[in-house]
Design a protein around this ligand. Structure first.
Ligand SMILES: Nc1ncnc2c1ncn2[C@@H]1O[C@H](COP(=O)(O)OP(=O)(O)OP(=O)(O)O)[C@@H](O)[C@H]1O
Length: 232
């Protein structure tokens, strides 16, 4: 579903991503770990075709994104670190607006169902988004993804700045989405959440994917030791 083949990108002659090969199947949650500057956001931006690769290919749902970025993006839900909503619109109005952008028209009841499914409390649905916490904005982002019927989800630092309860709720939502067949790729610094939520972890450094592992194979402390070892 989410695939990279020898994907490479440099900025001003400095490699940001080197020959990345990666595959995330439907139902998988892949956590990309790596220090600042490791190449995680560059990877996500290449999948969205916000950046042109120097070499290699990014595919979504079997489709090379460079060939038709708009069609590829229609299959992707993208949740950046700070999700941008229209502040003066309510959650439900934002959802209606973004759904219309992706060509879908839902009844108010259907929009409410998506927001509820994404964990946004009913009393928040009609509040202006400028009053939303980061957790609430993210839930609205998940509702947008559900309404879009996206097949792949890309997330950049989704749990940074969330309190432990919000982070836990968010992780449960991701698990639910993956159980419904969504392929999830998430860039994160949150080793704990990666271990708890991901079905696979990749460790990146200086634009290279150094190691992939199954979270079930490793304890929290060992994951931290391994990560620090790879970063040194
Ligand atoms: N638009 C750009 N122009 C120039 N250099 C860039 C650009 N985008 C990224 N880089 C460089 O590419 C490298 C990889 O950056 P990237 O943002 O992908 O890392 P990251 O792993 O997401 O880091 P962080 O954890 O801080 O978000 C860094 O050296 C960064 O400075």
């Amino acid at each position: 579903m989410i695939q990279a083949f020898n994907l490479s990108k440099s900025f001003n002659g400095q490699p940001a991503l080197r020959q990345l090969n990666l595959s995330v199947a439907p139902g998988e949650i892949y956590a990309l770990l790596g220090a600042n500057g490791a190449g995680k956001t560059t990877t996500i931006n290449l999948f969205l075709h916000f950046l042109e690769p120097d070499e290699g290919e990014a595919r979504i749902d079997g489709m090379p994104v460079a060939e038709d970025p708009w069609t590829a993006r229609a299959r992707i839900a993208y949740i950046p670190e700070n999700i941008q909503l229209y502040p003066h619109l309510s959650g439900i109005e934002n959802l209606a607006y973004f759904s219309a952008l992706s060509g879908q028209k839902y009844t108010t009841a259907a929009l409410e169902r998506f927001l509820t499914q994404a964990g946004l409390e009913p009393e928040a649905h009609r509040k202006q988004a400028r009053n939303y916490s980061k957790g609430m904005r993210q839930k609205t982002g998940i509702a947008i993804a559900l309404a879009k019927e996206a097949k792949a989800m890309l997330l950049d630092e989704p749990t940074s700045g969330l309190d432990p309860k919000a982070s836990n709720e968010f992780a449960r939502l991701l698990t639910q989405l993956s159980e419904q067949g969504m392929a999830v790729l998430m860039a994160t610094h949150d080793l704990f959440r990666a271990k708890e939520t991901a079905t696979r972890i990749g460790i990146m450094r200086s634009g290279q994917l150094l190691q992939e592992l199954q979270p079930s194979e490793i304890g929290h402390t060992d994951l931290e030791s391994l990560y620090l070892q790879q970063m040194s």
